[in-house]
Design a protein around this ligand. Structure first.
Ligand code: PLP
Length: 428
């Protein structure tokens, strides 16, 4: 397998792009080597500039739930394109997408569209403060909520990959109202409520996806909601990753919890830049122009992105692939565990529907600390052997793998063969 053209583009890209990437998770910093450059993708496959084809388990870090270039999504986007790309005024499709989203999340009467998950969360946090009149926010270590200043502490995703406790350039003042708790540890949240009476809200990835996949244990989410209620704080579910992926109604539907504020992104735009935050009327009425919380966007509700979102969610509802995801996911899980057993490699796999990943550790991972027991050098060996055998994975131990409804039995066979080779290499 040759990566010559990728290598050449990488060297060229270094001149005017930072690290030749536009998002640090795309760099191969923690697995060694240089990033691949992609030429195109279709269905379950992605093809790099050297013509190497891979089964894609990155899926643009989640959005491509139907696989790449789904017929109806492409048709809808092309149709929208012909009418103009941006108007700075309202369109009917914004109402249509809002209806689909509010129908899916019972706790949402109104929604506001933005352009990314980061924007969705920073607005959701502002809304929690506007609604409660309080300042402090509790977040969980290992959870990533985009790159807004206030939440770039003890964060997962790229910070976990690069082993950064926080980001340079974030002033102390920006994080002075951020409190850190431990995932799956209600006492650590209670301790903050015991100490402070100005906590506006608790933000959580209802299923952790940025420290690898970490699943809430027992009734953690339900108990958290109760705790928030008791203390006059709101529960903010960051469903940027899990929204429409865990189930049509997100992780909240699976876990039977209704958050006060929900943040969305990724799947909601089907690969186009869309984010959203929503809540019940009483909360959303604080947002301008109805209320005094300001939040705006030149390209928000962009017509192409709205068309992409509507067609993606409509197709997703039609396909209802959640059982299929479970079936495929459990096959992949079994393949990983069987290969690990065969080659005597310590491996622990976490999976929540179509989100999963293996940790190279004996430990059952239920929080960030446990995730960090994973042997990242082993992951790097595993990663490159998977690439060489036709499987595209996120280049980090701490990023979730995603499944699409375009995944075929043939893809699973490719995955199985690659996994066995990769695990053998890890063991050698
Ligand atoms: N929240 C979660 C849970 C995410 O996984 C991400 C991105 O991976 C974000 C927020 C930020 O979204 P975006 O990268 O679209 O700004």
């Amino acid at each position: 397998m040759s990566f010559k053209k990728s290598e050449k583009l990488y060297q060229k890209g270094l001149t005017h792009l930072v690290g030749a990437v536009n998002s640090p998770v795309r760099a191969f910093a923690s697995v060694g080597g240089n990033p691949l450059f992609i030429k195109k993708a279709k269905g379950s496959k992605i093809i790099d500039v050297d013509g190497n084809e891979y089964v894609d388990l990155v899926l643009s870090y989640g959005p491509m739930i139907l696989g790449h270039r789904h017929k109806s999504v492409e048709k809808a986007a092309k149709k929208a394109l012909k009418n103009g790309y941006s108007f700075g005024a309202s369109t009917e499709n914004e109402i249509t997408l809002a209806e689909i989203v509010c129908d899916a999340f019972p706790g949402m009467d109104k929604v506001r569209f933005v352009n990314s998950g980061t924007e969705a969360v920073l607005s959701g946090i502002r809304l929690a403060r506007a609604f409660t009149g309080k300042d402090k926010i509790i977040k969980f270590s290992g959870c990533y909520h985009g790159h807004q200043d206030a939440l770039l502490v003890a964060a997962g995703s790229g910070l976990a990959t690069l082993s950064l406790p926080g980001s340079k350039g974030v002033p102390e003042g920006a994080v002075k109202n951020t409190l850190i708790a431990e995932y799956n540890n209600l006492d650590s949240v209670q301790a903050h409520f015991d100490k402070y009476d100005d906590i506006a809200g608790v933000i959580i990835e209802p299923v952790g996806g940025n420290m690898g996949v970490v699943i809430p244990q027992n009734n953690f989410l339900k108990d958290l909601k109760e705790l928030c209620k008791k203390n006059g704080a709101v529960l903010i579910a960051d469903e940027v990753m899990t929204g429409f992926r865990s189930k049509f109604g997100g992780a909240q539907e699976v876990l039977g919890v209704e958050a006060d504020i929900t943040c969305l992104g990724k799947v909601i735009g089907g690969g186009f830049p869309v984010g959203a935050y929503g809540a019940r009327n009483e909360i959303m009425e604080n947002v301008a122009p109805l209320g005094g919380m300001y939040q705006a966007g030149t390209l928000s509700g962009n017509p192409i992105a709205m068309a992409g979102g509507i067609s993606t969610l409509t197709e997703l509802k039609r396909q209802n692939p959640y059982e299929f995801f479970d079936e495929m996911g459990s096959k992949i899980e079994t393949i990983l565990l069987d290969a690990a057993k065969k080659y005597n490699v310590d491996l622990s796999v976490n999976r929540f529907g179509s989100m999963m990943n293996p940790f190279f550790t004996k430990v059952k991972v239920t929080n960030f600390e446990q995730a960090q027991t994973s042997d990242t050098e082993k992951f790097a060996v595993f990663f490159w052997e998977m690439i060489k055998n036709g499987v595209f994975l996120p280049p980090s131990q701490f990023e979730a793998w995603f499944l699409s409804s375009a995944l075929s039995k043939k893809d699973i066979k490719i995955f199985e063969k690659a996994t066995n080779k990769a695990m053998q290499k890890v063991a050698s």
